[in-house]
Design a protein around this ligand. Structure first.
Ligand SMILES: O=C(O)CCC(=O)C(=O)O
Ligand SMILES: [Fe+2]
Length: 368
């Protein structure tokens, strides 16, 4: 299959090919971005035990060891997994079950809660990453409901818009499962932001103010079995634009991280009940490139469906993202100009939905 070129690819016409029907050539990755059939499986991504946070008495040695581990992982990998994180297993199981029920519904039913150009929250099956369609379906919901975002990507338009979640009628338990899970995983994300702040030599609460009116959202990802799993990706290579991502994955596996030392794609082996954490572009800018946001992608499976649930932890829309003043100086001048998170986010969201008249915004556009 790997000899098929992008430009002359003819979709195979086997019956019952996939839940997505006929294979659209829009799914085909350029040769250099196709997944290899074998991926390197190493115990690479650090596994960090958060239990020192749950001790009845504060143990400063244990916590400083944890802070060092987190700092090393952010610097060397941009990714790590956490266990003993405090998110109840019940909350994770409940949302996973409800998500599965939702995605197994007929398309017409799911489309009742479709996202649109104005409100990017709800169901969606045609997201493109770098102009290639992802082999996935998603359902997005915000933690703050309503969420306040700029009304448009136009820098001169100062209007704001209130966005509400689109909850489906089916399965009826989805909303509660999502809200309960969101409350738990949010607590974990704030603990992680504090540990990351400490690891950068900042005060524990240094980042908290940015998140008072946060624009975080949770995505339910569904990757159906894929008949062209050597040609397509569940999510094409990308970096997460927000501050931090807290991801739950099932036991199928497929997430690959680009190793910083040699650029190889490394599979993040599923660890039961662990969360995968990665630094996003905003932490890269805040830390003035000390912690880099790392590229990752999702390989799909020809037989098995896969589910994952990322929480994208994002600051308030009015946040001006720039290197933190404590982390710049004469020896280490700011590598980025300030940018407005709300405008950045809205531009990205819209460009995932339709082709825009502006280039897809990236943090390197703000490099000094
Ligand atoms: O499904 C996954 O493992 C990761 C998904 C992802 O990277 C994303 O949605 O940004
Ligand atoms: Fe991602």
């Amino acid at each position: 299959m790997s000899s098929i070129k992008t430009d002359n690819f003819t979709p195979p016409k086997k019956k019952n090919q996939s839940a997505m029907g006929e294979v659209d050539p829009a799914f085909i990755q350029a040769i250099e971005h196709r997944p290899k059939s074998e991926t390197i499986e190493v115990e690479g991504i650090p596994l960090i035990d958060l239990s020192p946070l749950n001790l009845p008495e504060f143990n400063s040695d244990a916590v400083s060891h944890l802070v060092t581990e987190i700092g090393e992982a952010c610097k060397n990998w941009g990714f790590f997994q956490v266990i003993n994180h405090g998110v109840p297993l019940k909350a994770s199981e409940k949302i996973q079950l409800a998500a599965k029920k939702f995605f197994h519904l007929p398309k017409e039913e799911k489309k009742k809660v479709s996202r649109d150009e104005i409100n990017p929250y709800g169901y969606y099956d045609t997201e493109h990453t770098k102009n290639v369609r992802d082999w996935k379906e998603v359902f997005d919901f915000t933690l703050q409901n309503p969420m306040i975002l700029p009304a448009s990507h136009d820098p001169d338009d100062k209007d704001l818009r209130k966005l509400f979640n689109h909850w489906p009628e089916n399965p009826p338990e989805l909303r509660e499962a999502c809200e309960e899970y969101a409350a738990e995983v949010k607590k974990l994300s704030f603990k992680l932001l504090e540990l990351i702040a400490l690891s950068l030599g900042l005060t524990k609460d240094r980042l908290n103010d940015f998140f008072e009116d946060h624009t975080s959202f949770i995505r339910l990802n569904y990757y159906p079995p894929c008949p062209i799993s050597d040609l397509a990706l569940g999510v094409g290579r990308h970096k997460d634009a927000g501050a931090l991502t807290v991801l739950a994955q099932d036991d199928v596996g497929g997430l690959q991280v680009k190793r910083k030392t040699d650029g190889e794609w490394i599979l993040v082996k599923p660890t039961p009940n662990a969360f995968i954490i990665n630094v996003g572009d905003i932490i890269q800018v805040w830390s003035n490139d000390k912690y880099e946001s790392v590229e990752h992608r999702v390989k799909v499976n020809s037989e098995k469906e896969r589910f994952s649930i990322p929480l994208f932890v994002n600051p308030a829309h009015y946040t001006l993202v720039e290197p933190l003043e404590e982390l710049v100086g004469e020896q280490n001048p700011a590598k980025y100009k300030a940018y407005n998170w709300g405008k950045f986010f809205v531009t990205r969201k819209l460009s995932n939905y339709k082709k825009l008249d502006v280039e897809n915004v990236q943090i390197y556009h703000f490099k000094n």
